[in-house]
Design a protein around this ligand. Structure first.
Ligand SMILES: Cc1cc2nc3c(=O)[nH]c(=O)nc-3n(C[C@H](O)[C@H](O)[C@H](O)COP(=O)(O)OP(=O)(O)OC[C@H]3O[C@@H](n4cnc5c(N)ncnc54)[C@H](O)[C@@H]3O)c2cc1C
Length: 309
């Protein structure tokens, strides 16, 4: 008997976890992602001979199953434990950059990059490139507004309850600045969560182990990101850099880049770990379900795979 074909849209943590589990079982798994690399919001950017994490900065581990997985990644030196300044709770980071964990998970999986799925019909997913991927079961782990757009473009008709669940999910945006410094500055030690400021987070990626050059990641607060979402990126970068002038001298900045995350953190999530559509062989997962972070995405992918197995 031929293997059941599973197509996964999204090579973030959720899609990769589902792919890992299903590929170990008797399924033919293909993962497609519109990005140039795996990882989605576990993102690390290379620029000007340095590196910076601009999506997820660290993660925590609460469940036994994720702990077991992370313990293995720690042993293989993909992940290390880390503490945020002034906080006691143990966190984890990837010393080579946060996208090292998804890269580790993607090993041995059939992942097609720069493939954006634009339509689904009758067991086939159509990519913008013209490629077609047929499937018996489809897993989608993209942010929910993008899933809803894909369904609309595909004439997929949802049940009323499914619509209500998906429409209730919301994300906070985040502007992220990555700034390479000319010299290091001892005022920025560890990673700092800031309150009552346009900036909510600042860290030197050199301290996380990513690079030898002092390179900051500066995340704007939810309020700032929401109210400046459509503003000019250069203006936003200048304002964010200015708002940390007590910690970073503008003269100290060699070069910088900025990235806008329209869907950074799932602030309103659905209960459970995924949604299985009633009238289609489609599972929707990711951090929009459950606890809404790296671990939540992992648990969602795990749960979908177990439901299919
Ligand atoms: C700025 C920022 C800071 C964060 N900080 C933290 C943190 O400190 N700790 C923490 O635990 N979490 C943090 N997060 C959240 C964490 O990154 C996410 O919860 C988690 O990575 C989500 O994984 P996912 O697999 O659900 O989705 P994603 O990582 O978004 O993966 C979805 C994938 O789907 C792909 N895709 C979408 N549409 C299509 C399409 N049509 N065709 C093909 N591919 C498609 C995308 O390219 C993407 O790779 C942060 C996120 C951001 C952006």
């Amino acid at each position: 008997m031929s293997k059941q074909k599973i197509l996964i849209i999204g090579a973030g943590i959720a899609g990769l976890r589902a792919g890992q589990v299903l590929a170990q079982d008797s399924f033919a798994v293909t993962i497609v992602d519109k990005g140039r690399g795996v990882g989605g919001r576990m993102a690390t950017r290379r620029f000007a001979d340095t590196k910076a994490d601009h999506g997820a900065q660290y993660f925590s581990v609460k469940s036994a199953i994720f702990q077991e997985f992370i313990d293995d990644a720690v042993q293989k030196q993909v992940v290390k434990s880390w503490k945020v300044t002034d906080r006691t709770h143990l966190r984890y980071v990837c010393p080579d950059g946060m996208n090292a964990l998804p890269k580790f998970m993607a090993q041995g999986l059939d992942v097609k990059l720069t493939e954006k799925i634009v339509r689904i019909a009758h067991g086939i997913a159509f990519a913008e490139s013209g490629e077609q991927y047929d499937f018996d079961q489809l897993i989608i782990s993209a942010p929910i507004p993008q899933v809803l757009q894909l369904f609309e473009d595909s004439d997929i008709l949802l049940e009323e309850e499914e619509k209500n669940i998906l429409n209730s999910i919301q994300y906070d945006p985040c502007w992220a600045v990555m700034a390479k410094l000319k010299y290091s500055d001892s005022t920025i030690t560890g990673g700092r969560i800031l309150e009552n400021s346009p900036v909510s987070w600042i860290v030197d990626n050199a301290e996380k182990g990513l690079t030898e050059h002092p390179t900051l990641t500066i995340h704007a607060s939810v309020d700032y990101s929401q109210s400046h979402l459509e503003e000019n990126a250069e203006k936003v970068a200048s304002e964010l850099i200015a708002s940390v002038s007590d910690m970073v001298n503008v003269e100290q900045i060699d070069t910088y880049q900025i990235h806008r995350w329209r869907y950074a953190l799932a602030s309103k999530r659905a209960s459970g770990t995924f949604l299985q559509l009633k009238n289609y062989p489609i599972y929707i997962g990711g951090d929009a379900f459950g606890i809404g972070n790296v671990e939540g995405a992992f648990l969602s992918g795990q749960a979908i795979a177990q439901a299919i197995c």
